[in-house]
Design a binder for this molecule. Sequence first.
Ligand code: NAD
Length: 292
Amino acid sequence: MVDRIDGHTILIGLMATPIRHSMSPTMHNTSFVKLGLNYAYLAFEVGNKELPDAIQGIRALGMRGSNISMPNKQKVLPLLDKLDPVAKMVGAVNTIVNDDGVLTGYTTDGTGFMKSLADENLDIRGEKMTIAGAGGAGTAIEIQAAYDGVKEMSIFNIKDATWANAERNVKIINEQTDCKAQLFDLADQDAFKCEIADSAIYCDSTGVGMKPLEDKTLVSDPSFFHKDMIVYDTVYAPRTTKLMTVAEEAGVDHVFNGLGMMLEQGAEAFKLWTGEDMPVDDIRNILFADAK
Ligand code: NAD
């Protein structure tokens, strides 16, 4: 580390809370070393209250940019100078790029999700998708998948504060893409079963299955699933969620946690900051070995 950091080292941040568990510093710093790039990536414990000062700090310190995670992904929007069109549509930012004091916000969660499927040689364009959740991750996945060519989408949400997001997502998708989207109350379990049965992919973007809900799943009955489908949980800690166990019990061919999405959203941010391709195969080996 002493050899690596010098007077020219360019800083990139991660602003979120809680943040100490994050795998992003390992992912990016290992990539910088492998490619011989003079950058350093550090995690900062930043909540909504500290966010305006922290964002101003990117400009003041001449940082190249930052990742943004919960609870700041929506709150950061008015603090930036420009928004990438997809970030604007999604209404959330997970990556900031600083070009000579001009901060542009991007979201790489949706493209990361789609790229992680492509890495497995899976293509959901032209297919039907059922997805639970319409928060930050769910919205990014829904908008990107619709833009990339998913034919039909059934979104299930509980009647909480994100219900309005789900309504907005359905409206945007139906108005601005060729995908036909519908919104359902997750309480309607008959519809949930029916829509999953008719889908090529079921994605859970709710975080149910992660602490403190690690023993929970929205689908506990394996008969909801069919063998030749994809079941995708955006959660990556634990590595095997309850949902994945149920899908495996059902003999589902393609069952994934969120590590692939995590890797690819990071790779896209890396490219935005450095202009270089992240050495994803090396990083995949490290992330997948480390994940618990
Ligand atoms: P969020 O708070 O913005 O949205 C949460 C969504 O889940 C909402 O739609 C909410 O209605 C729903 N939800 C919450 N509790 C629920 C419950 N008990 N039953 C049913 N629905 C419930 O959160 P987010 O930022 O979208 O993150 C969601 C999950 O996605 C987290 O587990 C996060 O770690 C994961 N994530 C993964 C990646 C990745 O790269 N793999 C990236 C972003 C987020």
